[in-house]
Every structure is written in structure tokens, then in C-alpha cells.
Design a protein around this ligand. Sequence first.
Ligand SMILES: [Zn+2]
Ligand SMILES: [Zn+2]
Length: 357
Amino acid sequence: MMRAVVYRGANDLRVETVPVPKIGPHEMLVKVAACGACPTDIKKIQYATVPPPRIFGHETAGVVARVGAKVKRFRAGDRVALHHHVPCLDCHACRHRAFAQCEQYKRTGITAGFEPAGGGYAEYVRVMPFVLPGVVKIPDRNSFLEGAMLEPVNTVLKAVKRLALLKGDTVLVAGQGPIGLMFTRLLALNGMKVVATDLFETRLRIAKEFGATKTVRIRSANYANHAKTDESPHPSPVTRHPSRFDAAVIAVPSDAVVREALELVRGGGQVLLFSHTRRGAESEIDLAKICVDEKDLIGSYSADFLLQKEVARLVFSRKLDVRRLITHEFPLEKTAEAVALAAKPTAESLKVVVTQS
Ligand SMILES: [Zn+2]
Ligand SMILES: [Zn+2]
């Protein structure tokens, strides 16, 4: 038996004792060392958008505890970072590289029991055969915490590659939470001028360290809130010093910021949505900005398995030093607290991780 944090309904996470998963000949069992608290899971937990019971947690790193007889690439004792979604590379969606829309990709290949949901908030997880190709070994000098960050970094790198930018272009990155800061760093590494905005000065300082050319403190709380309190944030400090943005990345779930960004990008530029993951919230935009001004409104969701090597290089070489982003660690029993903090970030909190020894 093992301990696990089981989702039993909206905002109801309980520490329970469940069976250690059994593995088949093509599978492996991993002892979890670190698992990040991800906003996508948090939304599912808060709003109960999926039926319970489930064991969440998909930004997982740990040690291989046991391998099935047919698994060749890994051995017990290997330190690994897991990847819970792997596309088939063969279907219609995959041939268009729309991996997140592939039926196999939508299946979660890592579980600690119940309907597979990642399982990282448990002592052990079972890694199914179809996600084994996504597992990466963690070099000796890197930590499990760094390994657990591969998945979120992958989602950001995938989104960056959706932007049609030329070196030296100017990009607005709205929101400097862990995800926004990853965008700032990866765009700066690619030679872009980044204008970073956030409500918190502490985050803007890190944005500067991560290569932002300019940082702008936003004072209106509307900027960070969801559509419910959505009024126009004008005049925001960004609008008062307009630049010609070639693209804007929206890493805050605010519709007002999307409208502002559609205003601020040049004709033919792109606005990329990254945080608007809640279904059903409709929004008004001036469609002529898209038709006449040829501004693209695009989205990016989830990871691109084929980028995993590049992501591992960026993180493990510390070109993108994710250690700077991890501010809080909680033990498994306090997963509910970890989720609560990640859902309501403070000036000092960035990435929150559940760790086990
Ligand atoms: Zn995630
Ligand atoms: Zn496919």
C-alpha cells in the first residue's frame, strides 16, 4: 500500500492509502520525488470539471523502482522525468503536428490508480507503454525539481515555436508567473526584445534577470482577474508607452489583456493565448482587427513530444534556469496547501512543487 492524495470532488483533496500500482511487462513503476502544481490540474480540482476519484499531478520526476521484463531502455535506480501524454505520430491530427488533438495523446499514460490523471501526488506511479518514449533521464548534476519542470517548459517552447518571429522582434509577455517567465527567457534566448508586464515587482525583477528588455508594473487588479471583473484596463502603463509589438503572449487569464494586446500588436502580428483554458467564457473582440489588420489570434495548449530533447537541453544546461522559478516545496500530506497557494499566488510565490524523499 502507499499514500496518495485523492481528488474526491470540487476542492476536496484527501490523503488516503491506496494500493501500489501493478505493472505489466512493458511498463515501469516510478517512485515519485517531485511533482509540480500545474494550473491545468488546479482548475480541474477547483471547478470539478472531471469526475472524481482521481489522483492528479503530471509534472513528475522520480526514481525507477521496478521495470517490466520487456522494458529495455530503463533500469531500477534511474532518475527520470516523466511525460504523461505522447501522440501516436500517425493519425490525421499528428500528420498536421496537432499532437494535442490526437486521440492517443488525449489518453493519460501515467497513473497512481483510478481514472489515469498523472498520479504524481502519490508515492508511486505506473508508466504505461505508450508514454515510455517521452521519459527522459535526469543527469547526475540536475535535481528532481529540475526534472519535474520539463513538462511546463515543453508547453512554453511549443508555444514559442507557434510565433512567426524574426530575430530582434519585440514581444509583449503579459503575466510573469512561472509560465510567463519561461516565455520571457525562451524569447530572450531566441534574440527577441521582451517587454514583460506583471502586478508584482518581485516577478519583474526576475523577468529582467531572464533577459526582458523592459518591464512594466501593472497596477490595475483587473489585469490579473478573469472575465467576471473584466473592464478595460486602459490606460495601462503599456498603452501609455506604445511600442510596435510583433507579437503578444497572454499568460494571464484576462480578456481585457487580450483586447489590449490586439490593439498593441502591429498589423500582421500575433496574439497567443496560453492561459484561457476554461471553457464557456465568451468574449467580445473587434473582428476587423483580424480580418483587415491581419492580426492572428492563436492559442497553444499542452506539450509537443518531439521537442522533449531540446527542452531537456535547455533545462539541464540551465540556459533556462528553472531553479529560479521554484519558490515553494510542500510534502505530500500538504498537497492541498500547495494547490491552494498555486491557485492564489502571492508576490513571493512562483512555482509550487510537492516533494517526497
Ligand atoms: Zn502542467
Ligand atoms: Zn495521433
